[in-house]
Design a protein around this ligand. Structure first.
Ligand code: ADP
Length: 498
């Protein structure tokens, strides 16, 4: 009696489902755990065939299986146990581990099935797998480089961004040393990083340079963290790297732009000063001219032989020089003053000559010479003289800079007519010329090969020339150096231009 009660309590409180069937498959015992698992009440199951707890195909095969066992005693599950599917009352299924034992009471055989629910374990497993997949997707689709390495620096994973930015495929680099992407002069840096990782430190936003497969360098910002195993032991490092080449380039550009703006504002301050000085100097110059002219007239009244006539000659020269000083100052004032665009009819040769004169100073300093070949009888042009001079000066300055390392440093500036409707200015130098890739986007802003260059000079030149209804281009296939040509419409045509 006592043992019977104990037995019942055992069955009722068991965490796993317990089902007892007879040799024909009829359920005799069905415990509380089974009620939770299958959703059937005991009276719905007890006395019925156990196959109701099984989905197809077990359900259809079970009777056959039992009969077969009765005949052959061939065990397929008894005493072994295996993973099968259970079927709930609501027809849904769940994975379970079923172990079956065989018993015998008086002449009757019976089977005890113990059912362990695997659905929780399964869903945890599949959740983990889904999570892993998701994580792998994130890593693969990341714009940032994500890789991992052992504490000896052997690469263990390598994502798509790493392939794209460094040029090595995962296959090429996994199992090899990370040193492949480290410039030789920075290997010590990697040692230091690994040392800190071994000490459990994380390294954040460390900016450095790495080497691509093609030998080029990439500026990267690294965040490196230790990777630990389940026991917490550090076994490697994971590294997230961002390509900051573009950002650094943009920062350098911005710094240059700032410097250029400072320069421009200094220039405009100087321009204002120059204009003021020119104004101030003009008055005494006019006074000097007047005095010298007066003195000349006084001398003319004197009869004084050679000395007087010498003095008169010198007075003439003094007047010429003061007039020249006056015109230089006027020119300077024109050039330095901030002013609106003014179109006037000009003789192109005169305009170019003045620009060449202004360019000579810079050229001489750089040991370059400028030769002017001015074409005869050019028809007049309607231009803003200062702007066109700016263009010519800018081209001369570019040539001077380009020829810094050239053996021959010569610039030829020529003018001439170009068909019936245009005049042209050509500026040719004996420098290195332009590589194809620069030539292709020469007039786009920010195209530059100079450390300090802004790459806007030619862009401004083009706007000015096009504003005049003209064109500027780099002549293809010249023998040596670079040759720029500016084409401007004749005065009559330009007036008609919108
Ligand atoms: P920046 O002088 O600031 O670079 P520019 O627009 O004036 O800007 O020139 C753009 C680039 O074109 C230069 O950096 C240089 O590489 C190239 N370039 C211009 N003129 C010449 C020239 N005469 N010879 C060779 N290269 C030139």
């Amino acid at each position: 009696m006592k043992s019977n009660a104990l037995f019942e309590a055992l069955i009722a409180t068991a965490v796993d489902g317990i089902v007892v069937i007879d040799a024909r498959g009829t359920v005799q015992i069905y415990n509380a755990a089974c009620e939770r698992l299958f959703g059937y009440a005991p009276d719905e199951v007890i006395g019925h065939n156990v196959k109701m707890l099984m989905p197809r195909p077990y359900r259809t095969e079970h009777d056959e299986y039992l009969a077969n066992y009765r005949r052959s005693k061939e065990k397929r599950i008894i005493g072994i146990g295996r993973e099968v599917l259970g079927r709930r009352k609501d027809a849904t299924t769940f994975p379970m581990y079923l172990s079956v034992g065989e018993g015998r009471s008086s002449e009757q055989a019976f089977f005890v099935g113990i059912i362990h629910d695997l659905s929780a374990l399964r869903s945890e497993k599949s959740e983990r797998a889904a999570l892993d997949r998701q994580l792998a997707n994130i890593v693969e689709s990341s714009e940032d480089i994500i890789l991992s390495k052992t504490l000896d620096g052997v690469v263990t994973s390598w994502n798509a961004a790493a392939e794209r930015i460094f040029g090595y495929t995962a296959q090429e680099i996994i199992g090899r040393s990370i040193a492949i992407i480290i410039p030789p002069d920075r290997l010590a840096e990697e040692e230091e990083i690994l040392k800190r990782i071994r000490a459990g430190e994380q390294i954040k936003h460390y900016e450095t340079v790495r080497r691509r497969k093609d030998g080029g360098e990439v500026a990267v910002s690294l965040t490196i963290s230790p990777v630990r195993d389940a026991a917490g032991k550090i076994i490697g490092a994971s590294k997230i790297a961002r390509d900051v080449t573009e950002r650094q380039r943009a920062e350098a550009k911005a710094a240059n732009l700032r410097a250029e703006l400072f320069h421009a504002s200094r220039l405009s301050a100087m321009g204002r000063m120059t204009a003021a000085i020119a104004h101030e100097v003009n008055q005494p110059l006019t006074a000097v001219t007047n005095y010298v002219n007066a003195a000349k007239r006084l001398l003319a009244a004197l009869e004084g032989g050679a000395a007087v006539s010498n003095a008169r000659e010198m007075m003439e020269k003094a007047v010429a020089q003061t007039l020249r000083a006056g015109s230089i100052i006027r020119n300077l004032r024109d050039f330095a003053e901030k002013r609106d665009s003014v179109r006037e009819v000009h003789d192109l040769n005169g305009v170019v000559e003045e620009a060449v004169a202004l360019g000579l100073a810079g050229a001489a300093e750089a040991n370059a010479t400028i030769r002017a070949n001015l074409g005869p009888d050019l028809p007049p042009v309607l231009i803003d003289k200062i702007q066109i001079q700016q263009v010519v000066l800018n081209l001369i300055r570019n040539s001077v800079e380009a020829m810094a390392d050239s053996a021959r440093r010569e610039i030829a500036v020529s003018t001439g007519t170009d068909g019936p409707d245009f005049v042209a200015i050509t500026i040719a130098d004996t420098g290195p010329g332009l590589p194809e890739e620069i030539a292709a986007r020469l007039f786009q802003p920010f195209t530059t090969t100079k450390d300090q260059g802004m790459g806007i000079g030619l862009n401004i030149c083009r706007s000015i020339v096009e504003d005049h209804g003209g064109q500027i281009w780099l002549m293809p296939d010249v023998e040596q150096g670079a040759t720029f040509r500016i084409q401007l419409p004749l005065a009559g045509l330009a007036e008609e231009a919108p």
